[in-house]
Design a protein around this ligand. Structure first.
Ligand SMILES: [Zn+2]
Ligand SMILES: [Zn+2]
Length: 403
């Protein structure tokens, strides 16, 4: 049987079945269409302006590595005129972050981009290893997520940069949409669909240029472009509820490949129905030119790298298959345990929201007014920001250390 030909160029051998829609493409057409789609996302949402300095939140994982590579390519090809810098956060996780930072350092050389590494220890006086030592593994992702958000903002400020791009992909966004749907948090759901997050008062804007890119396509792109990335998952357990959402999305994708984008677009459509919120993006080019802005506390999840949130082991299997000669560890997860943890967490949440909202009423959709944290000066709607609140609790448990 003759080999199938590429659906686009009709001459190359179709080696890749696109995870997004199952079209069969040759390698170079796949790479081109992947890049073109990101370019389309960028231009249709007017993400950058010429001469803008942009920091790429770089974890060394596949998403941010592909983001850096694609942005460099598109910047040169289409003359965006961007000044690109890599910004990495060192959470202080031995055997995980120190290794992945080595990958970022190599990428910085290869892509010829400056690199700044900001550590939790220097910013907060705590490494994640110390946090986990103190509070245990449960809930550590919350600390890490809150700390990372601030660390990226602070790192950007150190660089004099007002725009941070992150490697959140379509799977991440779909996950967040689903989680907020299951929590009944429409306000947060609508904010999570925006391509741009960050508040008007925030000095640092955040965006997700890979918002419509499938995780599987990111892996394929990295493989075929021979990009070097770090693929071990975070050694601390990911948030259970997010893990369950992720498993569900991977299952849906199996029977309906478009499910991921469908969830993202449904989220965008729902966002338009929420007063005071606006979804972004092209969503199939349905208009809009405004730059939507969302509240700062919301982003796709705790873990900056989706390497750590992969209960089905599907991406790891794909990785393994692609790398062939490399040994990849299976990411088996005890589903019963996940479900139980998820239930416990939901119970906690229910109790929380019952007290906050007077018994499970829908959360208000009004925007919070932002001021500054009285302790650290970081923007916050409370007198004390989330990070300082968490630090207060941590420091009580470690009285011998003075901060
Ligand atoms: Zn082709
Ligand atoms: Zn603070």
């Amino acid at each position: 049987m003759a080999p199938a030909l590429c659906a686009i160029c009709k001459t190359g051998r179709a080696l890749i079945k696109r995870p997004k829609n199952h079209t069969k493409l040759c390698k170079s057409c796949f790479i081109n269409i992947f890049e073109d789609e990101v370019h389309h996302t960028i231009t249709s949402s007017q993400l950058f302006y010429p001469g803008e300095k942009v920091a790429i939140g770089a974890s060394g994982g596949k998403d941010s590595t592909v983001l850096a590579s694609v942005l460099k390519t598109l910047n040169e090809r289409h003359g965006y005129g961007l000044e690109l810098v890599l910004l990495s956060i060192d959470e202080g996780i031995k055997g995980y972050r120190d290794d992945s930072l080595e990958t970022v350092k190599k990428n910085a050389v290869e892509y010829d981009m400056p690199l700044l590494v900001v550590g939790y220890d220097e910013l907060y006086g705590w490494t994640m290893d110390q946090v986990v030592e103190t509070i245990g593994k449960k809930g550590n992702c919350t600390y890490c997520g809150v700390f990372r958000r601030q660390a990226l903002d602070r790192g950007a400020k150190m660089l004099g940069i007002r725009h941070v791009v992150t490697g959140h992909n379509a799977d991440d966004v779909a996950e967040t949409v689903l989680m907020n749907l299951l929590r009944g948090d429409l306000s947060r759901l609508s904010r999570s669909t925006s391509i741009v997050t960050g508040d008007n008062k925030s000095e640092v804007k955040r965006s997700k240029p890979l918002k419509y890119s499938y995780e599987k396509e990111i892996v394929l792109y990295a493989h075929h472009k021979k990009l070097e990335y770090f693929s071990t998952e975070c050694i601390y357990s990911p948030e259970a509820f997010r893990g369950s959402a992720r498993t569900l999305i991977k299952q849906l994708e199996r029977v309906r490949p478009s499910a991921i984008l469908d969830i993202v677009r449904s989220g965008e459509d729902m966002a338009r129905l929420v007063p005071g919120e606006s979804a972004s993006s092209c969503g199939g080019c349905k208009s809009k030119t405004e730059t939507p802005v969302a509240a700062p506390e919301d982003d796709a999840g705790g873990c900056g790298s989706s390497n750590g949130r992969n209960p089905g082991g599907e991406m790891a299997a794909m990785d393994k298959q692609l790398r062939e000669n490399e040994e990849a560890e299976g990411l088996e997860v005890d589903i019963t345990k996940l479900v139980l943890e998820s239930k416990n967490r939901q119970k906690e949440k229910q109790r929380d929201s019952a007290t906050k909202n007077g018994g499970g009423n829908p959360k208000p959709t009004t925007r919070q007014v932002l001021g500054k944290c009285q302790r650290c000066g970081y923007m916050s709607s409370q007198d004390t920001c989330q990070a300082c609140t968490l630090l207060e609790g941590l420091n009580k448990n470690r009285p011998q250390i003075q901060i």
